[in-house]
Design a binder for this molecule. Structure first.
Ligand code: NAD
Ligand code: DAU
Length: 332
């Protein structure tokens, strides 16, 4: 495989994946990113310019997408509107990018025969009860809750239909909640860490009983590369690292690691339709592909992530005030 086209490669997981590929393989990478509020050029600063090129453009741009897909040996599709809270305030960019954008890529893949890997989320399955021993498996029916997750579910179905109807060479992966460097400060963990670093009290939605299944972005990257290289065409692979933790516990761990009192946070308005719990059963992916997560000590991963935000204030400070103003406007 020579050149990989990475859509959304200037965002959180996309940029982590680009660095992972450049470090572990000899491929060159072209990033296609429209540089929305969620992107940051600086996330690609340490990528070798000889091997990594950023094209600023929209995945809904048919001509551009056709040319870039045709020139690539594989496409890894991360580009999306990714934040649930934003999708509740204004779903329209979610419908456009997540559905029309994925459709545009699929049509280019159909025309050019390029290998395609689609990045999706465990949120397509809806949520689980807090006391339910069950986890999501490949057999769990789709039941998305939010405008964000419903557009991701729709994009997955488009990919599956293009495999079945047109025989495109595609795989899918559905991963749980990622954390690590380069994550936008709108998201839970970086928001709380940068709140503490900015002298703002952390904000917990509701009682904080909701459970998320955390995985380090580096483990997600190695899983995606494994599926790209070894996955069976048309298959969906669930990716997780058995990292279930409730939000209150995550917040208290952050406060402890940052030397702040355990009660130094505010309870704020809960997210409408807030999914209770996500949990991935990744057994089949591990058994079939031999992939294993490596960064499974969540507290050590959090400590590294806190250090990264401490050391990279120039990366997040320019967008912090605007992000908090947006939350304040809706009581969060
Ligand atoms: P992000 O919001 O940090 O990055 C998304 C990137 O896509 C940004 O750089 C943005 O500029 C780009 N983009 C948006 N619209 C575009 C368009 N029309 N054309 C070109 N580029 C566009 O998101 P993330 O958290 O890195 O998520 C990446 C992917 O992984 C998404 O598909 C998301 O659904 C999926 N995912 C995320 C998580 C998570 O925990 N963050 C977990 C599982 C799956
Ligand atoms: O499960 C995978 C999904 O994980 C991805 O598909 C999404 O792209 C990604 O954003 C993430 O979705 P969540 O909605 O779970 O992530 P978020 O970081 O927004 O919130 C995590 C939990 O923390 C959730 O229960 C809401 C809560 N929360 C969030 C924020 C921003 C708070 O309590 N306070 C906050 O300030």
């Amino acid at each position: 495989m020579g050149q990989i086209l990475v859509t959304g490669g200037a965002g959180f997981i996309g940029s982590n994946f680009v660095h992972h590929v450049l470090e572990h393989r000899e491929h060159s990478v072209v990033v296609l990113d429209s540089m929305t509020y969620a992107a940051n050029r600086a996330s690609l600063d340490r990528a070798d310019p000889e091997r990594c090129r950023l094209v600023e453009g929209d995945i809904c741009d048919r001509g551009l997408v056709h040319d870039l897909v045709g020139a690539a040996d594989a496409v890894v599709h991360f580009a999306a509107e990714s934040h649930n809270d934003n999708s509740l305030s204004d779903p329209s960019p979610f419908v456009r990018t997540n559905l029309i954008g994925t459709f545009t890529l699929l049509e280019a893949v159909r025309a050019t025969g390029t290998r395609f890997h689609h990045i999706s989320t465990d949120e397509v399955f809806g949520d689980l009860e807090l006391d339910d021993p069950a986890k999501f498996t490949e057999q769990t029916p789709y039941n998305p809750s939010s405008p964000y997750s419903s557009t991701k579910a729709g994009s997955d179905l488009l990919v599956r239909a293009w495999v079945r109807s047109y025989g495109i060479e595609a795989t899918l992966s559905n991963c749980s909640n990622n954390y690590g460097p380069y994550q936008h400060v709108e998201k839970f963990i970086p928001r709380q860490v940068t709140n503490v670093l900015s002298g703002i009290r952390p904000k917990l939605y509701g009682e904080g009983k909701n459970v998320r299944d955390w995985i380090h972005a580096e483990d997600h990257s190695s899983a995606v590369l494994t599926v790209l290289e070894k996955g069976r065409m048309g298959e969906t692979y669930l990716v997780g690292a058995d990292g279930e933790v409730d939000n209150l516990t995550v917040l208290r761990t952050i406060l402890r690691l940052m030397g702040r009192p355990q009660d130094e946070f505010d309870h704020v308005v809960d997210r409408p339709g807030h999914d209770l719990r996500y949990a991935i059963d990744g057994t089949r992916t591990r058994q079939e592909l031999g992939w294993e997560p490596r960064f499974t000590d969540f507290e050590a991963g959090l400590a590294d992530t806190i250090k990264w935000y401490r050391d990279h204030r120039d990366w997040w400070e320019p967008v912090k005030a605007a992000t908090e103003a947006k939350y304040a406007a809706v009581g969060q």
